[in-house]
Design a protein around this ligand. Structure first.
Ligand code: FMN
Ligand code: SF4
Ligand code: SF4
Length: 293
């Protein structure tokens, strides 16, 4: 079956096109070919060949030097320019200054900011470029309070039956209880909001895709001044608390990555950490290569 419909996704501004062929070179799936007039068109594809069809990656839009190419209804002028990229030092500052927040203001974050952050997160790369992951957010602190107390109660009920979250023991549960009894919300560290990124375990790279997306979300939250924390404790609890999982309305066949708690932080950390000394680096050297590092 030939796919002519895909052609409609491609629009070239003939005034701007300089016939350089970059788009043809960039398209890893061989979809774009320059015609005799030097203008690219989309090659008809065999729909049974998944590897050679348009994956809607928008790399051609991103790579056209003159901004002549629109695809999938997206125009180049609506993309953020490379000129806006932060310096390497600014990125290093972001990466070393992101911190786990465990002191949150009990206030709701503006839903528009959350929506924007998730929009940014939605640009994360995915295997097969299929962007099939979904985000479940609790953006209301009262709903979060209800969810956290449901999860705590269900965890206790399960523990009474001898069912514990993976990797957690009876002793761990006793520690959780002591914290809860003191008024410390142990699972989410008192975060007024949470985000779960999840994906169906049927197609794509659900573990990697969701994890990378969550990392994008964390960094986007951090540079927007929010406090964030990755959380595996409530993730583990959800594995043995089906009612709480149902509260989140996440389909049963979805893999859930580690959760994040987020909100307005009580305070910011004024500097980053310096802990990469412990990183072990292994270099695979050829016979005649010299050690450089
Ligand atoms: C995969 C992962 C899971 C985590 N789970 C929890 C958790 O359940 N509870 C918690 O308080 N912190 C959790 N953390 C936060 C770590 O404890 C935290 O990264 C560590 O304290 C270092 O602090 P920093 O993130 O500010 O550098 C988790 C971090 C990662 C990366
Ligand atoms: S990359 Fe842009 S300018 Fe170059 S041929 Fe393709 S559409 Fe034309
Ligand atoms: S969106 Fe990606 S796959 Fe489709 S034509 Fe452009 S570069 Fe090729």
């Amino acid at each position: 079956m030939k796919n002519a419909i895909l052609d409609k996704k491609l629009a070239i501004d003939r005034e701007k096109c300089i016939h350089c062929g970059r788009c043809q070179e960039i398209c890893w799936n061989g979809m774009l070919k320059l015609g005799a007039d030097g203008i690219p068109h989309m090659e008809p594809t065999d729909l049974s060949d998944e590897w050679h069809m348009c994956w809607e990656c928008q790399r051609c839009l991103a790579g056209c030097p003159t901004g002549a190419l629109s695809i999938c209804g997206k125009k180049p002028e609506d993309s953020l320019s490379r000129d806006l990229l932060p310096s390497p030092l600014q990125i290093e500052a972001l990466l070393t200054n992101r911190r786990s927040c465990r002191s949150f203001k009990q206030e709701n974050v503006d839903p528009e900011l959350i929506r924007h952050i998730l929009y940014v997160c939605g640009n994360s790369p995915t295997g097969s470029c299929n962007q099939v992951y979904e985000c479940t957010v609790i953006d209301d602190k009262e709903v979060m309070r209800e969810f956290t107390s449901r999860l705590r109660d269900e965890m206790y009920q399960q523990a009474a039956k001898g069912i514990y979250p993976p990797r957690f023991t009876k002793e761990d549960l006793a520690v959780f209880k002591t914290c809860y009894d003191k008024g410390e919300e142990f699972c989410f560290r008192g975060a007024p909001h949470m985000l779960a990124v999840h994906a169906p375990t049927t197609r794509g790279e659900w573990v990697f895709d969701t994890t990378i997306a969550l990392t994008y979300a964390e960094l986007a939250m951090t540079c927007n001044g929010l406090g964030v924390i990755y959380l595996t404790t409530p993730w583990a609890a959800l594995q043995v608390c089906p009612k709480s999982r149902a509260f989140l309305q996440i389909p049963e066949d979805h893999y859930i990555s580690c959760l994040v708690g987020f909100g307005k932080p009580e305070f910011q950390f004024p500097r980053g950490v310096q802990r990469s000394d412990s990183l072990k680096i292994h270099r695979i050297l050829g016979e005649n290569r010299q050690e450089l590092l």
